[in-house]
Design a protein around this ligand. Structure first.
Ligand code: HGY
Ligand code: MN
Ligand code: MN
Length: 418
């Protein structure tokens, strides 16, 4: 079904969208075709500068807040009204792909470009946003920028978090904001009339169902922890087994005990130990310390609560002669996006002749925190075999364009609301 020429969507250019996606992917490009653009890194600073350049070319007004959330604003005819925000993140996992997060930011930019080209001005301002540190890889936990914006986490708490090299978020923020000292500053959090995030599905449902647009129902619950097992460093050649307090051996027992306790027949629990560091990590030294991460998720609030509450006791019981210390980092409840937002996305897809279906998001997104401060929603597009957090992440130009057309239609419609 063709597009009526007067729609905002008809001004969306798949070529322009794809060119910007491929250009952004060059910042932190890896040899295997992926992207390593960690939060607040030099690669991300350069990528942000490119976003600002594109935004100015379109006629948008760039600004930044103290958490380095980047806003690219299309002023409305009534700029005093709370704006509509649309965006995602441009930081990636260390072996990330070209599209996780970046698609939502570039689709937001393209949506504003299309609105400008349509010659129509929305009542409310519409702001494309790149949220700071969604991935939580360099600095854990993730979604720091949107959490601070929504008032879920205080700045002081996130500024104190350090990366593996000992660099704090506060120091890294200083570098980013120094590079952007010419940009106007925004307050940390301001009234917002609505938020819409486009993202790759990072699952196989849309591809399996041959459906173009995912209307996201909600996001599953998530808890994260930092576990530290402390033993005693000693000589590998002289220390008898009976005299050892081997942190690695204890950590292995703890991991196995956790896996046994968390295992569920239905395979609905998502339990991941993604980071595991041994100290001093030297071949002839009995490990004195092991630190590992836990990422626990499930769609049911009680299940996330109950399983998470078991973790400290299991670690302490399985640590043997070593000690186990469990730090709780994050506890986000499952959420359901408002029917009003989901309905708008479905209707826009219908108008555009795009197939669509409702589905949950097992992955976390910044929309989780925007949902606390304004009506929020998400649009998914398919990604090849559901591959993500992997350099082989891939989408088609057609799906990326279709998702952007739906996004452009809905954000303009929202901005026209009184
Ligand atoms: O981990 C997540 O769910 C998100 O992709 N950072
Ligand atoms: Mn993401
Ligand atoms: Mn991700």
């Amino acid at each position: 079904m063709g597009l009526a020429g007067k729609t905002i969507a008809s001004h969306v250019s798949g070529d322009r969208l794809w060119d910007r996606l491929m250009a952004l992917a060059r910042f932190g490009a890896t040899d295997a075709g992926g992207v390593c653009r960690l939060a607040l890194s030099s690669e991300e600073i350069e990528a942000r500068a490119e976003l600002v350049k594109w935004a100015r070319d379109i006629g948008l007004e760039p600004s930044v807040d103290a958490a380095a959330n980047l806003f690219l604003t299309l002023p409305g005819t009534e700029p005093e009204l709370p704006p509509i925000l649309t965006g995602s993140h441009i930081d990636t996992q260390p072996t990330g792909g070209k599209f996780d997060g970046a698609y939502g930011v570039i689709a937001a930019l393209e949506s504003l470009d299309a609105i400008v080209r349509s010659g129509r001005r929305p009542r409310r301002s519409i702001e494309a946003v790149a949220w700071m540190n969604e991935e939580g890889s360099r600095f854990a936990p993730g979604m720091m920028g949107s959490a601070v914006f929504a008032g879920v986490r205080p700045m002081a708490e996130i500024e104190a978090v350090t990366d593996a090299s000992g660099c704090s978020v506060g120091e890294a923020l200083g570098q980013v904001l120094a590079a952007e000292e010419a940009l106007p500053r925004r307050p940390l959090g301001f009234p917002v009339a609505g938020y819409l995030e486009a993202h790759i599905e990072q699952g196989v449902v849309l591809e399996r169902e041959a459906t173009t647009i995912g209307v996201v129902i909600g996001i599953q619950g998530k808890r994260t922890f930092r576990v530290e097992i402390d033993g005693e460093e000693s000589h590998a050649g002289t220390t008898p087994r009976g005299a050892r307090r081997d942190a690695l051996v204890s950590a292995v027992h703890v991991v196995q005990a956790l896996q046994d306790a968390i295992w569920d027949e239905a395979d609905e629990v998502r339990f991941t130990i993604g980071r595991f560091t041994v100290t001093p990590n030297a071949p002839s030294v009995v490990p004195g310390k092991v630190v590992f991460s836990i990422d626990l998720r499930h769609g049911d609030a009680e299940t996330v609560e109950a399983l998470g509450d078991m973790i400290p006791g299991i670690c302490e019981a399985a640590a043997g002669k070593c000690t186990a210390a469990v730090q709780k980092l994050l506890h986000d409840e499952p959420l359901v996006f408002p029917e009003s937002m989901r309905g708008r996305i479905g209707k826009a897809a219908d108008r555009l002749g795009l197939s669509h279906m409702e589905l949950p998001s097992p992955a976390g997104h910044d929309a989780r925190y925007l949902h606390k401060v304004c009506p929020s929603g998400m649009i998914f597009i398919p990604c090849k075999e559901g591959i993500s957090h992997n350099e082989a992440e891939s989408v088609t130009i057609a799906d990326a364009t279709a998702g952007t057309q739906a996004l452009a239609e809905v954000v303009f419609e929202l901005a026209e609301q009184g």
